[in-house]
Design a protein around this ligand. Sequence first.
Ligand code: UT7
Length: 331
Amino acid sequence: MKKINAIITAVGGYVPDYVLSNKELEKLVDTTDEWIQTRTGIKERRILKGEGRGVSEMCVEAVKQLLEKRKISPEEIDMIIVGTITSDYTFPSASNLICDMLGAKNAWGYDVSAACSGFLYSLATAAQFIETGRYKKVIVVGADKMSSIIDYTDRSTCIIFGDGAGAVLLEPSEEQLGIRDFILRSDGAGRKYLFQKAGGSRYPASIETVERREHFVFQDGQPVFKAAVKGMADVSAEILERNKLTGNDVAWLVPHQANKRIIDATAERMGVSSEKVMMNIERYGNTTAGTIPLLLWDYEKRLKKGDNLIISAFGGGFTWGSIFLKWAYNS
Ligand code: UT7
């Protein structure tokens, strides 16, 4: 019997309409458009405005688009895995809500909490359900409503993050395509540099935690920057070597969009030229688990069957990793 591979057969994406520009941020904190662009590459990001609106809303839009493209009904979905750190509620999971909102009556799923590596962790996990032959249609979503946990008086974080959601459909194939290899890593010792202190079981919400602004993202940028450059470059180089590939064999590098300088350093280390690096950080900023599927969404029309893609991410935890994927269709 031939090995079953997990291939991506459709992509969907959604970003909210509201555009938060660098100019608008200049009015909120002591920063400049020039500083933000030169230090991060970001020009604007999208924000989901309005009360009572959660991440699941964006996920549903992305998944609906994907279903329309692939011409399948919600009932055909077996499973939905969602990479997110900004689920609508502590429980139930965003996946649980999305199945209901879509009418995906035969599906189940769960959320994966791995910050900016959330989509990578979820994609690798979802592939297992396809490769074993257990399921035929698994959706992987990467999404975050970062504006719900960002302090818009903190210039070191509010300039970076934005909201958005992307989704892919995984299906089985006997062709040598799809997810070929992955390397995933985790180091919880990095948590002190990038985390949300309160709201979990260690520091539940209280008047004091709110007053201390502990429900917002805390980031010590420099150590995260250094670890991200090393982590993303190391793991991307390792996956190339292990699969006997060089930078020339890579059609596209699909890097997490945290900072243009981190992306450039990763590409350089891999020997991948800049025209082969997917980039949309200037328009969406860092959407955490959303960046990678949003890149695939933006670049879908330029991808060709058989293209070698290296997906890489680094994020809070620390969590990081790389996936080697062969694209499976022409748009
Ligand atoms: O996606 C999850 C993982 N996250 C990341 O990968 C993010 C990694 N870190 C970064 O991208 C960068 O560290 C930041 C973009 C967050 C910050 O850039 P940086 O070049 O590392 O700046 P810095 O923190 O070293 O600060 C340099 C200076 C400081 O001023 P002094 O002390 O030199 O006078 C900061 O106070 O820039 C100042 N600064 C700002 N100035 C204008 C910090 N934020 C701002 C700002 N506008 N928004």
